[in-house]
Design a protein around this ligand. Sequence first.
Ligand SMILES: Nc1ncnc2c1ncn2[C@@H]1O[C@H](COP(=O)(O)OP(=O)(O)OP(=O)(O)O)[C@@H](O)[C@H]1O
Length: 370
Amino acid sequence: MAEIRLEQLAHSYHRAPSQPGDYALRRMDHVWEQGGAYALLGPSGCGKSTLLNIISGLLAPSEGRVLYDGKSVNDLTPQDRNIAQVFQFPVVYDTMTVHENLAFPLRNQGQSRERIDDRVREVAEALEIESLLARKARNLTADEKQKVSMGRGLVRDDVAAILFDEPLTVIDPQLKWRLRRKLKEIHQRFNVTMVYVTHDQLEASTFADKIAVMYEGQIVQFGTPRELFENPQHTFVGYFIGSPGMNLLDIALGETGLEFDGRTLAVADSIVARLRDREGGRLQLGIRPEFVQLVAPESAVLQGYVDLVQDQGTFKIVDVRLDTPSAPVVKARLGEEVIVPEGRTGVHFPETWQRFYVDDRLVEITHETL
Ligand SMILES: Nc1ncnc2c1ncn2[C@@H]1O[C@H](COP(=O)(O)OP(=O)(O)OP(=O)(O)O)[C@@H](O)[C@H]1O
């Protein structure tokens, strides 16, 4: 079991990369601590598999180092790194039984028959596949095969870490939730560093204590699900996490304060001053739909019309089209019991939940300035 440290790591699949867009991974430093349950979350093509394959040694990085417990492993093969990797699609030996499949990594290490048997049974029990141990792998369903694949990753107790690359893709949706919970339990029981790649925020937050959000080859935020929700450090995190994502409005610093689409927003002078320090970049106001309030039109700076109400069972998503010149839509997520006004409404953004971004990065506003 190990701490995994990435030092000035970057990767390009181009022979002679010349611009940031040529890099699948942009230069990064990052630490996965020993024993943590982590998710690597991001959209398709953001570099998740590239990063995982560099950690496991399947791919050599074009720049930087990977360190396990402080020692560089750049020159070590995947086998010598002592890492287990579970892929999207099951990797099992069809002609072997489930027991033989699970025992295989331990046999290779020359462990005793009793030790192998104990460990195989422990892992099979954790994954609820004990009844399949005597079956040939080729007769299993896709779900069962993937559980065996996971078991092969878990069976060795000397691995530095277990890396999961979208392991539940082939799993039946009904089973997914159960298996995620199972993996979490297994993590607690075996105390091994786990990095779980997914593009699904729900999957990430049910499995991981901390999530690294990736966007265009960079980790743009590393935090708990709550931190990602309450304080997105990057507009991408605001947009990608949450359902629906954060409202992001282009604003400007005018003579009278913060301006949005020709209206002056009521924000504290200290915030305006803080933003003036950062003047020059693209300025955005972010507010999560959960915190948008619909109020009487005459009591709000911003007004609009209710365009659409989507009833989601336990909550409603309300689209308000503002009557400012560019007529943007602001989304509000309201409790099922809230009565949505018909037609015209005011929208209010409570100051505590307003977030400000310059060139997509959060501007830290301390409580003193609020
Ligand atoms: N072998 C390769 N050769 C060239 N480019 C590649 C190769 N593998 C990946 N890429 C590119 O690198 C970028 C990152 O890909 P990667 O597969 O790491 O992303 P990902 O986040 O894992 O995506 P997905 O969820 O679709 O697997 C993408 O632009 C992809 O097209």
